[in-house]
Design a protein around this ligand. Structure first.
Ligand SMILES: Nc1ncnc2c1ncn2[C@@H]1O[C@H](COP(=O)(O)OP(=O)(O)OP(=O)(O)O)[C@@H](O)[C@H]1O
Ligand SMILES: [Mg+2]
Length: 485
């Protein structure tokens, strides 16, 4: 809709006075909102005006047969180069065969919006049917605004993606991390499925985010799902969705995560935990590019890139018949292995500084100084929980330090890891003041604190269960008993 206070500003390029008058008459016949701001008789003069003030004109009306200087297609491309939003309507004499396909296509290719032939010089002194002509000018104006609007929203999208990539930055200049970043840039360009392997807390999810937001799918959804945290009987409906009435309780149709990720990327975290029946279905989706929604007869086509991650050795899982070999090969088209933090040398310090900055900013405190001896301790520690553990250690240190981090604060990061246990052990008397607790009760307290700690350094239930060395089912039961979640 063009509002009543809009003014459409025209630059007219026409060298015959008779036609200038006819055009002005035609335009002003119906609509005062269209104004010929300037009239020039040759291409060079037009370019000068557009260059001087690129935002001044919405639409250029160009007589194809102006004499001298820059003309026709060349002039159109030059104007569009200076102001890509300006719309150009070309008018020609009857002598040109407007139905000539080559002529029309060369005009449009060079950037013209519309073209039409002039009436012969005596028809009521109009150059065209006024309604047709004003309509083409309004359409040109709309197109200009749409293109401007699109540029703005594209810019916003690009900015959002730049922000995401900034918050998901991969820190490190060790060789393995530099190679990892190179692989991400390379694989982001392709559409191949990727399997990311690496110990817990090494950054597998972070890598998946980076691949998606650097790929051509970046404007589409990135859908992460943790295969280990969804109960086996719900996996299918989560992944593929269901139709209303497919089973008791299916009160409305639900899209599966594959549908949500259509044209984008799905991140199957802890893929080794996927139950075998769901593995069969997943294989079929990869093979056919179609999903079967529960309760729906027709299949649904999807185009989804799969990035899977695991902290297990998936080839071993295949050997032990816990993971389908055919699915393994479909997922592992491009393998990415992430090395443990301990093998990244000075990256430990870079990451420590990065998180120190991050949490200080977050809490609004000054960034603490770090003692050289403290750095030695950090470098020599094994970091079994990798980057996630380092991040948690920094977070705890920031909360407890007074502007400086010294060796004594982290004399042995193991102390930090075991912080909760040590405190209880050394403060028995103070804590329980002579009361004696039954061993069972004491064990419960220990269990609760220890499990809480392991949960805090794990980003999923199944990786916590693995760290604790217990089966996921056992872990869920224990968490329930202890009142977690
Ligand atoms: N190189 C890195 N630079 C910056 N932050 C990192 C890096 N690697 C990991 N992190 C951060 O460490 C934490 C753990 O990373 P992430 O969740 O990606 O690990 P993971 O390998 O998926 O772990 P898990 O196997 O336990 O699921 C996150 O907060 C992540 O942002
Ligand atoms: Mg993870």
């Amino acid at each position: 809709m063009i509002s009543s206070n809009t003014h459409i500003n025209i630059l007219l390029i026409e060298d015959e006075d008779f036609d200038v008058n006819r055009i002005k008459k035609t335009i002003s016949y119906y609509d005062a909102r269209i104004k010929v701001l300037d009239t020039v008789s040759n291409g060079m003069a037009a370019l000068e005006l557009v260059e001087k003030d690129p935002d001044k004109y919405d639409v250029v009306i160009l007589d194809y047969q102006i004499s001298g200087g820059l003309k026709g297609e060349e002039l159109i491309s030059k104007i569009k180069e200076i102001d890509p939003f300006i719309q150009i309507i070309v008018i020609t004499k009857m002598t040109i065969n407007i139905t000539d396909y080559n002529f029309a296509s060369s005009l449009i290719k060079s950037g013209a919006f519309w073209y039409c032939t002039k009436y012969p010089g005596n028809i009521e002194d109009y150059i065209y049917q006024p309604t047709d002509f004003t309509l083409s000018i309004f359409n040109a104006y709309e197109k200009k605004n749409l293109e401007k609007h699109k540029l703005k929203s594209d810019k916003k999208l690009r900015q959002n993606i730049a922000n995401i990539l900034e918050t998901k930055k991969i820190i490190g200049d060790s060789k393995p991390i530099q190679q990892l970043i190179e692989s991400i840039d390379r694989y982001a360009k392709s559409d191949a499925n990727i399997l990311i392997s690496g110990p817990s807390g090494t950054g597998k999810e972070l890598v998946a985010w980076n691949i998606h937001f650097k790929s051509k799918r970046k404007y589409e959804n990135f859908v992460p799902i943790n295969c280990g945290s969804i109960p086996a009987d719900l996996i299918e409906s989560e992944l593929f969705g269901y139709q209303k009435g497919a089973f008791t309780g299916a009160n409305s149709t639900k899209p599966g995560l594959f549908e949500v990720a259509n044209n984008g990327t799905i991140f199957l975290d802890e893929v080794a935990e996927l139950p075998l029946p769901a593995q069969v279905k997943l294989l079929r989706v990869i093979q056919d590019g179609e999903i079967e929604k529960i309760g729906r007869t027709e299949k649904l086509s999807v185009n989804v890139r799969i990035i899977a991650a695991t902290n297990k050795n998936l080839a071993n899982e295949v050997n032990n018949n816990r993971f389908r070999e055919d699915l393994y090969y479909r997922l592992n088209v491009v393998p990415i292995d992430i090395v443990p933090l301990k093998q990244r040398g000075n990256d430990i310090i870079l990451l420590f500084d990065y998180f120190l900055n991050y949490f200080s900013l977050d809490l609004g405190v000054d960034i603490p100084e770090v003692d050289e001896k403290a750095k030695d301790i950090l470098l020599n520690y094994k970091w079994p929980g990798n980057v996630r553990e380092l991040r948690n250690v920094v977070q705890r240190l920031i909360l407890n330090c007074n502007g400086k981090i010294e060796a004594k604060d982290i004399s042995d990061p193991m102390i930090l890891r075991n912080h909760l246990i040590m405190k209880d052990e050394t403060n028995f008397e103070e804590l329980y003041q002579g009361q004696v607790l039954q061993l069972k009760e004491m064990e419960r307290i220990f269990r609760k604190k220890y499990i809480a700690y392991v949960r805090s350094i794990s980003n999923s239930d199944s990786s916590a269960a693995e760290k604790l060395g217990i089966a996921p089912s056992n872990y869920y039961r224990m968490c329930k008993e202890l009142g977690f979640k």
